[in-house]
Design a protein around this ligand. Structure first.
Ligand SMILES: [Zn+2]
Length: 318
């Protein structure tokens, strides 16, 4: 897990864009610093304010104690001695990050990195696609001109945009022509190098078609039926109609009384066909007509005995 934690720290430092006080690092992050080597540099932040070394809850102003030492005045702890180390901070070597990302994406080293300003860099071209690194996705979303500027240079090439994870977007917030690579997810850090994780076919989310026939001609929730003799496209049912079909399905093709079917379906009507009647106001509308036709094609009624069955439920079991 050390490599994972190390990469998480790199991403956090890049997203923040400012040094963090070493004293504020959680132990988990502090423990991976040695793994990161040159990627994280020690620096010193403005020492006129420090995080109170005693409670680590308040930022407090630093004063000379008149004897060559320093102290801060914490609102909770009062005067606390400040050691020189308390201002020690860590900063990401962002040039290291940009160079390693270039290597990960196979960007030719002869074209340089362009600083586009405001935390956006053009890392170069990877397989004829311009690659941008941005500290903040929102900034790019609010300034589409940035992408346009890059797009003009390489006609037709898809832009690859790397940014830290963003609460502003899930999936891809861009239309065609921009591939968004989430820094935390599409790259890893191991053995001093950054590796790109290409999205293989297995990484693509399975496309689930809610209308797909799963139970005989019916969809998983019985709200749709695929009946090519009646309609070229799946027929959609009302909630009540779907409940009736689901109840009929559960009787596995056996003839059953209307009472039992309607009880199982949880519907108030007397018999299954009641829910499929075409109301006067719906005359001529295609949906009620298709629902009515579907019922007629799937359900067998023994009028005299008052029994209903749905043969496709028996066939599907065989
Ligand atoms: Zn304190």
């Amino acid at each position: 897990m050390a490599a994972h934690d190390a990469w998480a720290l790199v991403c956090r430092l890049f997203a923040g864009g400012t040094p963090v006080l070493r004293a504020t690092l959680p132990p988990r992050e502090a423990s991976v610093l040695s793994t990161l080597g040159k990627a994280v540099k020690t620096t010193v932040v403005d020492q006129s304010f420090v995080l109170c070394p005693h409670c680590q809850q308040h930022r407090a102003q630093v004063w000379g104690d008149g004897r060559g030492g320093r102290m801060c005045r914490c609102p909770d702890c009062g005067p606390v001695t400040v050691e020189a180390a308390d201002g020690a901070a860590l900063a990401l070597d962002e040039d290291w990050l940009r160079q390693k990302l270039r290597l990960a994406l196979g960007i030719e080293s002869r074209d340089g990195i362009d600083d586009l300003g405001g935390g956006v860099w053009r890392l170069g071209d990877s397989r004829r696609s311009p690659v941008l690194l941005a500290r903040n996705l929102t900034r790019v979303l609010h300034e589409p001109a940035l992408l346009e500027r890059v797009r003009v240079r390489v006609a037709g090439g898809e832009i690859r945009l790397i940014t830290p994870r963003s609460s502003a977007a899930r999936g891809s917030p861009f239309s065609a022509g921009v591939e968004w690579l989430v820094l935390e997810e599409r790259f890893t850090f191991y053995g001093g190098a950054i590796t790109f994780i290409p999205s293989g076919p297995s990484a693509a989310p399975a496309v689930i078609d809610p209308t797909a026939p799963v139970n005989g001609p019916f969809s998983a929730n019985f709200r749709w039926a695929t009946l090519p003799n009646i309609s070229d496209t799946p027929i959609q049912f009302t909630q009540g109609q779907a409940k009736v079909f689901e109840a009929l399905w559960s009787f596995k093709g056996e003839a059953t009384t209307a009472d039992r079917i309607m009880q199982r379906a949880g519907q108030k009507s007397d018999k299954p066909s009641d829910l499929f009647k075409i109301k006067a106001k719906d005359k001529g509308k295609p949906e009620p007509a298709a629902q009515h036709a579907a019922y007629g094609a799937l359900v067998i009624t023994q009028q005299r005995a008052g029994l209903y069955s749905m043969p496709c439920a028996a066939v599907a079991l065989a």
